[in-house]
Design a protein around this ligand. Structure first.
Ligand SMILES: Cc1cc2nc3c(=O)[nH]c(=O)nc-3n(C[C@H](O)[C@H](O)[C@H](O)COP(=O)(O)O)c2cc1C
Length: 387
């Protein structure tokens, strides 16, 4: 096993171990992938201010997200089909997050169901809910999350339409994978992945199959998606969803200060500045660029989080310094999961924690709660200057 010191190491192993169809599903953005690329590269445009001769002993990255204790301000973002990246992937990611003391958020489009993850992990997790037309299905999803003792719900508001990713169409993405000569030939080279999949019965959309009509696999998913997702979604409708869930609520997918203000009015506890990891509107600003303006607009009204493009503890530190109280990671933990299962997710979190802790120290801070914009050098044209 090679020495793993950075997220990129996990990505290299992940690429070797997981069938191309699922690697591509994760490692792509919509259309030209401009936003997908810039989500990460824009972090490099922010500089950190080095400080010296400051007492760096006794550091802590502990803080709270929506009032819940976390060992660092990082959460595992909802990722569909995680159980296809590694067998029982959602359960393994939830366990790794629980042991590390960070939140795990289960996707509506997971392979393992809400009940299954609850039964097989011992810390409360968060539940992500897509905005669907079917009120009964929505209410049942919230009720199931409540029965499973989920400690927050996340409503994703940026997927009324499914962004097009060329590779998924060309690969004929499905769960379980469609058997074509190419996909079989590719899967035969992924021995560990295949052996894992043979051990489990969890190969379908656990939250949907048996709960929504007509969804047996990802190919029927695309037609179901076109039907089920609510293209007429508006803020009144989001207020209705708010009434269906009486626990902490997070609104995910905010990129504009005007939408951030709307989200404050629906009674949410937090928003996530997110462009869905560059998988929806190609050509949108990176989320780290959108953050400053949104912080300045609603930072005193609601807790603000960020995701999209985060690949290191330095990125976590920069977003935190800009004001984000929580930073969510998607692909960075999926690389770990695909590479080494639960151990790989733990490794991804360890790598990020070490980078965050040391970078924080070198900016002259010992407590993540005290980090602010003072440690950042922000280029003049960096932030959204929408008027
Ligand atoms: C493979 C994949 C599947 C995703 N599935 C979902 C999903 O089911 N629900 C959701 O709200 N977001 C989903 N997202 C978006 C993530 O929650 C998160 O916003 C994004 O991954 C953050 O960007 P990053 O991967 O660069 O960290 C998905 C992202 C990826 C990469």
């Amino acid at each position: 096993m090679p020495v793993i010191t950075e997220i990129e190491d996990l990505k290299r192993i992940y690429r070797r171990r997981v069938p191309k169809m699922f690697y591509d599903y994760c490692e792509s953005g919509s259309w030209s992938e401009q936003t997908f690329r810039e989500n990460s590269s824009d972090f490099d445009k922010l500089y950190l201010r080095q400080r010296v001769a400051v007492d760096m002993a006794g550091r802590s990255t502990k803080t709270q997200m929506i009032g819940q204790d976390v060992s660092m301000p990082v959460a595992l973002a909802p990722v569909g089909l995680t159980g296809m990246q590694h067998y029982d992937g959602e359960i393994k990611a939830a366990r790794a997050a629980g042991d590390f003391g960070v939140p795990y958020c289960l996707s509506t489009m997971s392979i393992c169901s809400i009940e299954d993850v609850a039964e097989n992990s011992d810390k409360p997790f968060w539940m992500q809910v897509y905005t669907l037309k079917d009120d009964d299905f929505m209410q049942r999803l919230f009720d199931r999350a409540k029965d499973a003792k989920c400690s927050a719900a996340v409503i994703t508001v940026d997927l009324q339409l499914l962004g097009q990713r060329h590779k998924d169409l060309k690969n004929g993405l499905s769960a379980p994978p469609k058997l074509t000569p190419q996909s079989v030939a590719n899967m035969m080279t992924k021995v560990q992945w295949g052996l894992g999949m043979l051990q489990t019965k969890r190969r379908f959309f656990g939250n949907i199959v048996g709960h929504a009509q007509g969804v047996e696999d990802a190919s029927s998913l695309s037609s179901w998606t076109a039907e089920a997702f609510d293209q007429s979604l508006n803020w009144d409708r989001i207020r209705e969803f708010r009434k269906m869930w009486d626990g902490p609520l997070i609104i995910k997918g905010i990129m504009d200060p005007r939408d951030a203000l709307e989200a404050c009015n629906v009674g949410a506890d937090a928003i996530i500045v997110s462009n869905h990891g560059g998988r929806q509107l190609d050509g949108a600003l990176s989320s780290i660029r959108a953050l400053e303006r949104i912080m300045d607009t609603v930072g005193d009204k609601i807790e603000v989080h960020l995701d999209s493009g985060v690949r290191s503890g330095q990125d976590v530190l920069k977003a935190t310094a800009m004001g984000a109280k929580g930073v969510w990671i998607g692909r960075a933990y999926v690389y770990g999961l695909g590479a080494m299962g639960q151990e790989g997710v733990t490794k991804a979190l360890e790598v990020m924690h070490k980078e965050l802790d040391m970078s924080m120290a070198l900016t002259g801070h010992t407590d993540i709660k005290n980090v602010d914009r003072d440690i950042l050098m922000i280029p003049k044209d960096f932030s959204d200057n929408w008027k």
